[in-house]
Design a protein around this ligand. Structure first.
Ligand SMILES: Cc1cc2nc3c(=O)[nH]c(=O)nc-3n(C[C@H](O)[C@H](O)[C@H](O)COP(=O)(O)OP(=O)(O)OC[C@H]3O[C@@H](n4cnc5c(N)ncnc54)[C@H](O)[C@@H]3O)c2cc1C
Length: 470
């Protein structure tokens, strides 16, 4: 049912003219997710400037049973932030709540509003000689609230953990408009259920996150970046263990790239060169952070040298300066856009235990070849935490639409294998609208029942982001 005009007028009054949009031309960028798989409609996009405005919006919507869709930077790829097509849901975009409320370098905490860009949070930490380590390719446009709502990971999870580990406290507007002030900087608090964890990864279905206390770390005084060419993924896992021992557990990133992924990046992206003299089936990009007293460079060199001597690594290089380190990262970051330039692709964001990744990737390659002969597996990802992409590029001679018609079949088989190998069918983007069927297919009845009970307890009217996750 269409939302009554008097309710829309009261919502507009809450923020004043700077805090809402209803012109379809202005709304358009907020109504589709980046890959264009989901499109929605809304009569009103709200951009509140304060927590009290968010609370007033939620109260008004709750009083009239109007569904609300929380939205951050609109970078998610599963349609979680996209309203339904009927135009009966209010979009609540947090972009104007972008203040750093407090930063305490000594305590190692920052209180940031939900709409702060991830890149701005990183910069604010750097300005007081601290590190906020969450880092991913969308950091220039995603917001910290969205990162927390999807429990984002990225390249540095191995050392610093996901958004869950980096969030000490939260401020959340609950379903009746109450503000829950959980902005605690405590590292440990055993007073009953730890409520913040309910909202982390909840994809806007339990409440609207308005601010967070984030954990900061010392800025690394030394950073060492290296690339190794290896024969197989088991070898990469062995290398990770060796390099962790050699560096005193200082590896922050351990990124896997298949030969084809590297080949596509070199072929399609300007300024990307082959990383090593030798061409190997797999490559690993490693990064290490150290403090003043560490002897990180020699430690990494010794570890890599020993791996070469033992035949575990075919070739390797350590960046000698910042430009070389940037070139190594550019290669890694070029893989997704290069795959897009190669033609149609079918993508996923699975996770598997690292020690099973070798057999899992082999199983995926043969299953995909049987389904669509000639299609090409472009495997890469964060091997350090098992979050990999088993992306598939079209056979060169196939028409893109015919290949994309195979989306569900290929994804289904990759997800089935992921579960068989003890993994997860989403380690990045979450469920949103795209993977609701997969959630039902792969979660146990006990887990689904518990999730549904939690949803009802926090959002009895079902007004927060309906049609997402469930
Ligand atoms: C190029 C690219 C690379 C990526 N790489 C990685 C990666 O390496 N690792 C990884 O884990 N993820 C990765 N992602 C996914 C990324 O983590 C998410 O897209 C991002 O965290 C979502 O933030 P956002 O502000 O854009 O949220 P949106 O996309 O706007 O929203 C995402 C979800 O969060 C909810 N939400 C947003 N803000 C709030 C709020 N304030 N309160 C409550 N709910 C809210 C929305 O309702 C929606 O369900 C990548 C994405 C892209 C596009």
């Amino acid at each position: 049912m269409a939302i009554a005009t008097d309710v829309l007028a009261r919502l507009k009054d809450i923020t004043g003219p700077d805090g809402w949009m209803s012109d379809p031309n202005l709304l358009a960028p907020y109504l589709s997710e980046p890959r264009g798989r989901f499109h929605g409609n809304t009569p009103l996009l709200m951009q509140p400037a304060s927590t009290t405005q968010v609370a007033a919006i939620v109260r008004e919507c709750a009083a009239h049973q109007i569904p609300m869709v929380p939205q951050g930077g609109n970078t998610g790829l599963v349609g979680g932030q996209t309203p339904s097509p009927e135009g009966v849901q209010i979009l609540v975009n947090l972009g104007r709540m972008n203040r750093i409320r407090d930063i305490d370098p000594v305590a190692g905490t920052m209180t940031a509003e939900a709409g702060c860009l991830l890149a701005s949070v990183q910069t604010a930490a750097r300005e007081v000689d601290r590190l906020f380590p969450l880092s991913l390719a969308a950091e220039g446009s995603c917001q910290i609230g969205g990162n927390i709502a999807t429990n984002a990971g990225g390249t540095q999870v191995l050392r610093y953990g996901t958004a869950r580990a980096l969030t000490l406290g939260l401020e959340v507007v609950l379903a009746d408009g109450t503000i829950w002030d959980g902005l605690s900087p405590l590292r440990k608090d055993n007073t009953g259920y730890d409520l913040k964890h309910m909202f982390i990864g909840s994809e806007g279905t339990l409440g609207i996150i308005t601010a967070a206390v984030l954990r900061l770390f010392p800025q690394p005084r030394q950073t060492v970046t290296a690339i190794a060419g290896i024969s197989n993924i088991d070898g990469a896992m062995k290398l990770m263990e060796r390099m962790q021992a050699a560096s005193g557990e200082r590896a922050t990133a351990f990124e896997l790239m298949s030969a084809l992924a590297v080949e596509l990046a070199v072929k399609h992206m300007d300024g990307v060169a082959r990383p090593l003299g030798a061409q190997t089936p797999w490559y690993v990009l490693m990064e290490f952070h150290g403090g003043d007293g560490d002897d990180l460079g020699p430690a990494v060199e010794a570890g890599l040298g020993q791996a070469l001597d033992d035949g575990d690594v075919v070739d390797g290089a350590i960046a000698q300066n910042a430009a070389q380190a940037q070139a190594m990262w550019k290669l890694r970051e070029s893989i997704p856009p290069a795959q897009t330039k190669e033609g149609a692709s079918i993508k996923n964001d699975i996770g598997v235990p690292g020690h099973r990744a070798e057999k899992f990737v082999d199983a995926c390659a043969s299953a995909i070849e049987s389904l669509v002969p000639g299609s090409r597996l472009v495997a890469f990802g964060h091997l350090g935490d098992g979050n990999l992409h088993m992306n598939v590029s079209q056979p060169p001679a196939m028409e893109p639409p015919a290949f994309l018609d195979q989306w569900d079949k290929i994804t289904g088989v990759v997800h089935d294998l992921t579960m068989e190998f003890g993994g997860t069918f989403s380690a990045e983007h979450g469920i949103g609208q795209l993977k609701r069927g997969e959630l039902v297919r792969h979660k146990s009845a006990a887990a689904l029942d518990s999730l549904a009970r939690i949803k009802t307890a926090f959002d009895p009217q079902g007004l927060f982001n309906p049609g997402k996750i469930f």
